[in-house]
Design a protein around this ligand. Structure first.
Ligand SMILES: Nc1ncnc2c1ncn2[C@@H]1O[C@H](COP(=O)(O)OP(=O)(O)O)[C@@H](O)[C@H]1O
Ligand SMILES: [Mg+2]
Length: 289
């Protein structure tokens, strides 16, 4: 495979503004980046930095006014709405903060719906099995915990059978431990199924698990770093191990995920993650590391 074939997503000088004239706000301001096939990329930045806009541009849910967005060789700039719909159906699985499950459908039915969008969708039961939820196939979203609902939404994205998974703050509504197990699941799916995963978060503690970390601020890409040894649960039995490890969730409404170094009830502050709060810290780094 040539280097060009390995590039999954390429942004070249992409700008997405809202409003016009003096009032124009550049949500994404002249961003250029490359994401390779099979990479696990974390996109970090404060609220309003432009992270979701970048993700939506990658997934063909939004279009830029300037620049070029190429995904798997397809230039998205200038595609018709119909062509973008077809692109999304065949190429992108989305995972959202609030799961976006249909409340009147069971877990299995929510996942099986993907077949109506992408005829190449894989078996819904197998996807639920991949995320460790076979036992919950007949339950409705309201009968599942937040972490389980997010895993159903990940199963839905897996079943869609697309090479690219885009996750926007997938842990934002989960308590910290459950959030970590969701990230480990995403990372293991990336490793084991070879999918490209781009995950937006404002939680610095997930940076250590990424192959590459992109940092945004005020619509600009400020920084890119590569982790030579991402913290990972990437052994051959990793996925099974993660699912067995998945911690029980609290009965009560989960607290919003805290920033590393932040105690619940205390104001948020920027600090380095505490060693014990590092996701995947005990789940085994790649042997080469
Ligand atoms: N549909 C919209 N209309 C107007 N402004 C928007 C819209 N979507 C996003 N923005 C603005 O663009 C900026 C970046 O937003 P967003 O990409 O959602 O940031 P993030 O995901 O990093 O919090 C913010 O200032 C936001 O208010
Ligand atoms: Mg956002």
């Amino acid at each position: 495979m040539t280097e060009e074939q390995q590039v999954h997503i390429r942004f070249s000088n992409v700008t997405r503004s809202y409003g016009s004239g003096e009032q124009a706000l550049k949500a994404v301001d002249d961003v250029s980046l490359e994401i390779m096939h099979g990479e696990f990329v974390v996109l970090l930045g404060p609220s309003g930095a432009g992270k979701s806009t970048v993700l939506n541009l990658m997934g063909g849910m939004d279009t830029a006014q300037q620049g070029s967005v190429v995904v798997d060789g397809t230039e998205l700039f200038g595609l018709s709405d119909k062509a973008l719909t077809n692109f999304r159906a065949a190429n992108v699985g989305f995972i959202f903060q609030f799961y976006n499950l249909i409340p009147t459908l069971t877990a299995l039915e929510n996942v099986a719906l993907t077949r109506q969008i992408n005829r190449a969708a894989s078996d819904a039961r197998a996807a639920l099995d991949d995320v460790g939820l076979s036992q919950h196939a007949q339950q409705f979203p309201a009968q599942l915990s937040g972490g389980e609902q997010q895993r159903v939404s990940i199963a839905r994205a897996i079943a869609k059978n697309t090479p690219l998974l885009l996750a926007d703050e997938p842990t934002g509504a989960l308590d910290t431990a459950t959030g970590h197990s969701v990230i480990e699941l995403l990372q293991a799916l990336c490793r084991q199924q070879g999918r490209t995963v781009v995950m937006v978060t404002h939680n610095e503690s997930y940076a250590a698990m990424a192959d590459r970390v992109l940092r945004m601020q005020d619509g600009r890409l400020r920084d890119q770093t590569r982790n030579p040894c991402p913290l990972a649960a990437c052994g051959p039995e990793a996925l099974g191990a993660i699912l067995t490890m998945a911690q029980p969730e609290p009965e009560s409404e989960p607290e919003p995920e805290s920033q590393p170094g932040t105690r619940s009830g205390m104001p948020e502050q920027e600090s380095d993650p505490e060693p014990e709060s590092q996701p995947g810290a005990n789940s085994g780094k790649p042997e080469a590391c």
